[in-house]
Design a protein around this ligand. Structure first.
Ligand code: AMP
Length: 281
C-alpha cells in the first residue's frame, strides 16, 4: 500500500495507476475509520481497479468553537485498517500541504448549503466543497464514494460536480448502523454510556416517522412534528438542532409525503452533535 503525504507523491501514484490502465476510486475521509468508512472502501473496490483513501481532518469545514482539535486522530490504526481492506493508496496530507496559503476561492451552493446543517454551521459546506474539489483534482478518480449518513453533504457534492461539469462519478453508500440502529460516526466516541443508550432513539424516531408516512401520508409538516416529538420522547437528554422532512434533491422543506422525502435530523447530545437521516420513497 502506498502512503502519500505530498501532492507530488499522490500524483506519481495516480499516474502509475493510469499508465497501467487502471480505473481509480477515491473514498474521502477524516480518519478514525470505522465500519461506515470500511463500507465505502469495499464499494470503491467493487467500482474501480485502484482504490485511494484520503485521510485529512479538513480545517476549512470546522467553524470557530467546533471540535477541530478534539476530533479523533488515529493514523496508525487507520493505516492498518486500510492495509487489511486492500486499499492501494492512502493520501494523508498535512494542512499546509493542502492549504499552502489562505484559499481565495469559495464554492457556494447557497440554496442547498444554508439550510439544515448549514444553518447552524455557517461556512461548513463551503469548506467541504473546497476540500472535495481539491481532492478530486489531486487524485483525479473516475468515481468518488460518499456515505448517505451525510445526506446533505453528498447531495451538495453531486450538484457541485454536475454544475461544474466535473468528470467524476459520485457513488452513495447506505448508512452503516450499530445493532441498535445508531449510525456509526467518529463522533459517537464523545458519548457517555447513558447518552449512547439514548442515541439509538434517533433512528427509532426516524423509523417511526417513516412508518407514519407509509401508513397515512400526512402533510410533511405533521410528519416533521411527529419526528420531533419522537426524538424528544426517546432522547430526553438531547437538544434538537433540526428535524425536518425535505425534498431529496433540493433539500427544501417538503409539502406532502406522497412522493419521496428525506427525514433529516441533527441533535446535540452531551459533547456530540449527531446527525442522521432516512429516505422514504
Ligand atoms: P467522515 O470521516 O466522517 O468525514 O466521513 C467520510 C465519509 O464516510 C463520508 O462520505 C461519510 O458520509 C461516510 N460515512 C461516515 N459514517 C458513515 C456511516 N455510518 N455509514 C456510511 N457512510 C459513512
Amino acid at each position: 500500500m502506498e502512503i502519500c503525504h505530498t501532492l507530488s507523491q499522490m500524483d506519481d501514484v495516480r499516474r502509475g495507476a493510469g499508465s497501467r490502465g487502471q480505473s481509480v476510486a477515491l473514498a474521502p475521509t477524516m480518519g478514525a475509520l470505522h465500519e461506515g468508512h470500511f463500507s465505502l472502501i469495499r464499494a470503491a473496490k467493487d467500482l474501480a481497479d485502484f482504490v485511494v483513501v484520503s485521510i485529512f481532518v479538513n480545517p476549512t469545514q470546522f467553524g470557530p468553537g467546533e471540535d477541530l482539535e478534539a476530533y479523533p486522530r488515529m493514523p496508525e490504526q487507520d493505516l492498518d485498517a486500510c492495509r487489511r481492506l486492500g486499499v492501494d493508496a492512502v493520501f494523508m496530507p498535512s494542512a499546509p500541504e493542502m492549504y499552502p496559503r489562505e484559499p481565495a476561492t469559495r464554492i457556494e451552493l447557497p440554496s442547498m448549503a444554508d439550510k439544515l446543517c448549514g444553518a447552524s454551521r455557517p461556512g461548513h459546506f463551503a469548506g467541504v466543497c473546497l476540500v472535495v474539489a481539491k481532492l478530486l483534482n489531486i487524485v483525479r478518480p473516475d468515481v468518488a464514494v460518499f456515505g448517505q449518513k451525510d445526506y446533505q453533504q453528498v447531495t451538495i457534492l453531486r450538484r457541485m460536480v454536475e454544475d461544474l461539469n466535473m468528470p467524476h462519478r459520485i457513488h452513495t453508500c447506505p448508512t452503516v448502523r450499530e445493532a441498535d440502529g445508531l449510525a456509526l460516526s467518529s463522533r459517537n466516541a464523545y458519548l457517555t454510556d447513558q447518552q449512547r443508550r439514548q442515541a439509538s432513539g434517533l433512528y427509532a424516531a426516524l423509523r417511526s416517522t417513516a412508518d407514519l408516512i407509509g401508513a397515512e401520508h400526512p402533510p410533511a409538516r405533521e410528519a416533521a412534528e411527529h419526528l420531533r416529538r419522537e426524538i424528544n420522547r426517546r432522547v430526553p437528554d438531547g437538544r434538537i438542532d433540526y428535524a425536518r422532512v425535505v425534498d431529496p434533491e433540493t433539500l427544501v422543506e417538503a409539502e406532502d409525503t406522497r412522493g419521496p422525502v428525506v427525514l433529516a435530523l441533527a441533535v446535540h447530545l452531551g459533547k456530540a452533535r449527531l446527525i442522521d437521516n432516512l429516505r422514504v420513497d
